[in-house]
Design a protein around this ligand. Structure first.
Ligand code: ZN
Length: 259
């Protein structure tokens, strides 16, 4: 068995690879050991997923949606106590929300300020998904892994993914990045509100993430991924996204996830 990213022999690897991180609520989409070797698996969680998940954008979404991390807790969000200018942290407890100072040394001053004021303001700056370089590498990782998941039961399917030279550019971009830290262009748009309620067989539910592939008549292969209502598309064949905009125009904007 060989790893779909570094192509090294991966027979001795032991880790399951989550296509979407567990900390974004994924419990079903994963790859058996060796499809992604332990080395690459560790690299991705350390260099791509950890910084993305800890950035305000995903951290705040996990807070809003009560998505538990591996330790079984909801992450805290950072903010500012407007009146004292102190950095604060909000956490969810069984009794509701709890506010404390980010630095322990600020605590006394913070409490004094609260005791001398009748009201005040807490500000939580809205997190933006602004690191396009890191995020596009993450999208590329999801794309190759979702492809591997698709062909898992196809004879020689995984070998084809490893051997396909057309996939080498995105493979290397995901695993090694580039010196200029320039991102792989991708499409990003809202397709439904993150709190949209879906219904199937008389059961109502929220969608945290979903994905599919689009293969256009120009023989371009795209991963279409939605996380919290935002649809992302990335081209597995090269760092160009124009083909997807053209395809969307032809389809009057309808997402491949719902066509
Ligand atoms: Zn590897």
């Amino acid at each position: 068995m060989r790893c779909i990213f570094c192509k090294r022999v991966s027979d001795n690897s032991r880790s399951y690879e989550h296509i979407i991180p567990e900390s974004l609520g994924n419990k079903e989409h994963m790859l058996p050991p060796g499809v992604v070797c332990d080395n690459c698996n560790n690299y991705f969680s350390r260099e791509l997923e950890k910084p993305l998940l800890e950035a305000d954008y995903f951290n705040q979404a996990r807070f809003r949606w009560d998505i538990l991390n591996k330790k079984g807790t909801v992450p805290r969000v950072r903010g500012i106590h407007f009146d004292s200018g102190m950095e604060i942290e909000i956490s969810k407890t069984s009794n509701g929300l709890s506010v404390n100072t980010y630095r322990e040394s600020d605590e006394k001053k913070f409490i004094d300020t609260l005791l001398h004021k009748e009201q005040g303001k807490l500000i939580i700056p809205i997190g933006r998904n602004s690191n396009k370089y890191l995020f596009s590498r993450f999208l590329g990782k999801v794309a190759l892994e979702a492809l591997a998941l698709r062909v898992l039961d196809v004879p020689n399917g995984l070998d084809d993914v490893v051997n396909k030279i057309e996939l080498d550019e995105i493979r290397n971009f995901v695993r090694q990045g580039n010196i200029q830290k320039s991102s792989w262009p991708f499409s990003e748009r809202i397709i439904y509100p993150e709190n949209a309620i879906f219904e199937e067989n008389q059961t109502e539910f929220y969608v945290l993430h979903e994905f599919t592939f689009l293969y256009t008549e120009k023989n371009e292969l795209y991963l279409i991924l939605a996380i919290f209502g935002i649809e992302y598309a990335i081209n597995l064949g090269g760092p160009v996204i124009e083909g997807y905009s053209q395809w969307l125009d032809q389809q009057k904007g309808r997402s491949p996830l719902y066509s």
